[in-house]
Design a protein around this ligand. Sequence first.
Ligand SMILES: Cc1cc2nc3c(=O)[nH]c(=O)nc-3n(C[C@H](O)[C@H](O)[C@H](O)COP(=O)(O)OP(=O)(O)OC[C@H]3O[C@@H](n4cnc5c(N)ncnc54)[C@H](O)[C@@H]3O)c2cc1C
Length: 502
Amino acid sequence: MKSVYWLKRDFRLLDNPALRAALDRSDDVAMIYIVEPSMIEAPETSELHIHAITGAYNDMRSRVMAAGGKMGWMHMEVIDGLTRLYERQSFDALYTHEEIGVDRTYKRDIAVAQWCEEHGVKWYEYRQTGVFRRLSDRDKRARLWREHYSSDVIATPDVAELRKLDIPKAYSEVRTDDLAIDFADRISSQHERKLQPVSESSAEETLNSFLYDRGIAYRGGISSPVTALTAGSRMSVHLAWGTVSGRVVYQRTQARRAQLKESDEADAKRWRSSLTAFTARLHWRDHFIQRLETEPQMEYEPLNSAYNQIIYDAPEEHIMAWYEGRTGFPMVDACVRCLRATGFINFRMRALLTSTACHVLHIDWKRLDPLMARLYTDYEPGIHISQLQMQAAVVGINTIRVYSPHKQIIDQDPDTAFIKEWIPELREYSPAEIQGHRMESLGSYPGQVVDYISASKAMKSQLYSIKGRKETKEIAQQVYLKHGSRKGPSTRRKKTTATTSK
Ligand SMILES: Cc1cc2nc3c(=O)[nH]c(=O)nc-3n(C[C@H](O)[C@H](O)[C@H](O)COP(=O)(O)OP(=O)(O)OC[C@H]3O[C@@H](n4cnc5c(N)ncnc54)[C@H](O)[C@@H]3O)c2cc1C
């Protein structure tokens, strides 16, 4: 039996169900990553994603090679690639993981299914997370999730098994050297870049340092961009590109929590509280990706269609000012510039960025979607689109939050160290001057491109007016039944009609 293992966002050897099945059932496995021109050209793809793919692929390749195996990559669309391989040497089966992605990857996968049928190739797809395709009963999700996350982790294939990975000579278009993608469209200059490594080896190191060293500061440490860099787990890039499985992260965290329960260390209580908060986010992850799986249309439409009526009127120059970090809102610009150089910012600041873009600059969340995706190395469509809609307040089942970019300086960066790190033009000014900055420029740093008070008031008035309508409430009820969290009611959910300024 000859198989092709088509690598997607699952660059790992440990806990890899598709790889396990391919090795178990085949005599030869050709493990191949396909660099699709349509992915490179997609509006949401940036050099940050290319950095993640090449780092993750090259690390995996060196592990496979060390065991005497081979893996390869090819640069063409998937259907072309499969056809060329098949013509040169036919294969019986195709192994992959299920991908919960955007319309582009969904349509490609439909074409792959058809291609497999036409060529008599059996396509085996494996679930690698707690997101369930065609889930008919939403109430079963929590149980299914627990079952998946507590099931056995699949061991890394041993050396003899990895040797079964081979690229036959007939596959001449498959390259077996390091993956290098020429991606000219840079979002930051080479010398500014401080990117997090993405690979199975660095996932292991990052998880260990979080669980045994950094994680104590998690609770209370993840709201500020200054502390979140180390207090947060920083596992998002690894989970997004599959350099570690969620199941491994979950089970290692559970083991650490059990150890802390027995511990009489002075800090054990604080550690436990932090790891409980972290575990909750592993649930959220799949909860939000499940939304996109259940409602793929949400890439184009708000979950609550009543919010289609919002009028967004941002001129192109304001959209570009947001994307390039020159809106005149120091906290917002510092976050965007940090993203351009590092590919990372914490949750609270992502919420601030979305809120400022949609509620203050009046940028349509659909326009924001690819721009923001380009800035995140950890871009994960299901979380990204769900969170974008939530923070843009177009879901209708959550509190509408309009974050004040001025208050966030006081709350999260009172001495303006973060702002000064990323906006050199402001280094000579005092925290009071930066906090008080409004419409006038401060030296070479611009004034706000819009007045926060009047612009946010205008958007709140639109949101309130839509939210108050009978039709909106009825749709919100359906959205809640279909997508709401199935935990007991929380105070947050009860207050669905409130608007808060944060
Ligand atoms: C507008 C917006 C867009 C976002 N886009 C993405 C995205 O494309 N990819 C992405 O991984 N996260 C996204 N997030 C969620 C969150 O900001 C990041 O997961 C988090 O900042 C990553 O840092 P960490 O790994 O240190 O997270 P931790 O706080 O340590 O959390 C652990 C893991 O849980 C998951 N997680 C954390 N917060 C959330 C959340 N609110 N919703 C769902 N899962 C969560 C992530 O996988 C994360 O790695 C977005 C948030 C917002 C507001």
